[in-house]
Design a protein around this ligand. Structure first.
Ligand code: AR6
Length: 179
C-alpha cells in the first residue's frame, strides 16, 4: 500500500529488505558491532558481500538509537543505513530509542541527499519489540518528519510477514491522518 503525506510517499510492502532495487538506501536492523548476525543483518551482509564488514568495523560500536551509513556494495542500492534498535525490556526508554532509530535514519538519508529509503521493522525480531507498539512508533515518527523532508520522497516499510504488514498498513494510515 502507498499513501502520500506532505508530498512524501509512505509505503508498506511484504518482502525482503535485501531485495529492494530502485530504492536509494536500505536500513539495516544492526547489532552494535555492525557485524553480520541473524535476521535483517544476516540478509544484508550476505547480499552486500564481505567488503561491508570491512567498512563497518571502524564505525562500530554504535549506541542504541544511533545510525551509521556505508556503501551498499553488491546490494541493488546506493547506501546502507545501519541502525541499532533497543532490546525490548532492556534498553530504556525503549520507545524513545526506537523513535530515534527512525529519526536518525531519515536524517542521514537527507544529509546524503537520498531520494528513497526502505526500512525493516527495527527491533521486532531478535530484540523482541512487540509489533503493534513498534509499528505505532515507526509510522508516527516517519509521518511526523514528512513535512521537513527535502530529498527523501519515498519511505518504504518492508515487512517479513503478512501479519506484520497488516499492522504497519493500519498504523501508517492512522499516522498519516495526523501528520
Ligand atoms: N527482510 C525484511 N525483514 C526481515 C528480514 C528480511 N530479510 N529478516 C527478518 N526480518 P531482526 P532486531 C524481520 O531480528 O529485532 C540480528 O541478529 C523480522 O521478522 O533482524 O532489530 C542483529 O545482528 C523482524 O520483524 O532485528 C542484531 O543482533 C524484523 O525484521 C539483532 O538481530 C527485525 O528483526 C537485531 O534485532
Amino acid at each position: 500500500m502507498r499513501i502520500v503525506t506532505n508530498g512524501v510517499f509512505l509505503e508498506a510492502h511484504v518482502g525482503d529488505i535485501a531485495q529492494q532495487p530502485g530504492i536509494a538506501a536500505v536500513v539495516n536492523a544492526a547489532n552494535a558491532e555492525l557485524m553480520p548476525g541473524g535476521g535483517v543483518a544476516g540478509a544484508i551482509h550476505a547480499a552486500a558481500g564481505p567488503e561491508l564488514a570491512t567498512v563497518c568495523a571502524p564505525l562500530a560500536p554504535i549506541a542504541p538509537g544511533e545510525a551509521a551509513i556505508t556503501p551498499a556494495f553488491d546490494l541493488p542500492n546506493e547506501k546502507i543505513i545501519h541502525c541499532l534498535g533497543p532490546v525490548y525490556g532492556h534498553d530504556r526508554p525503549e520507545a524513545e530509542i526506537l523513535e530515534s532509530c527512525y529519526r536518525s535514519s531519515l536524517e542521514l538519508a537527507e544529509e546524503n541527499m537520498l531520494a528513497s529509503v526502505a526500512t525493516p521493522a527495527i527491533s521486532t525480531g531478535a530484540f523482541g519489540y512487540p509489533i503493534d507498539e513498534a509499528a505505532e512508533i515507526a509510522c508516527r515518527t516517519v509521518a511526523a518528519m514528512t513535512a521537513g523532508l527535502r530529498h527523501v520522497q519515498v519511505v518504504r516499510f518492508v515487512l517479513y510477514s503478512q501479519k506484520d504488514y497488516d499492522v504497519f498498513a493500519r498504523e501508517l494510515v492512522r499516522a498519516a491522518a495526523h501528520a
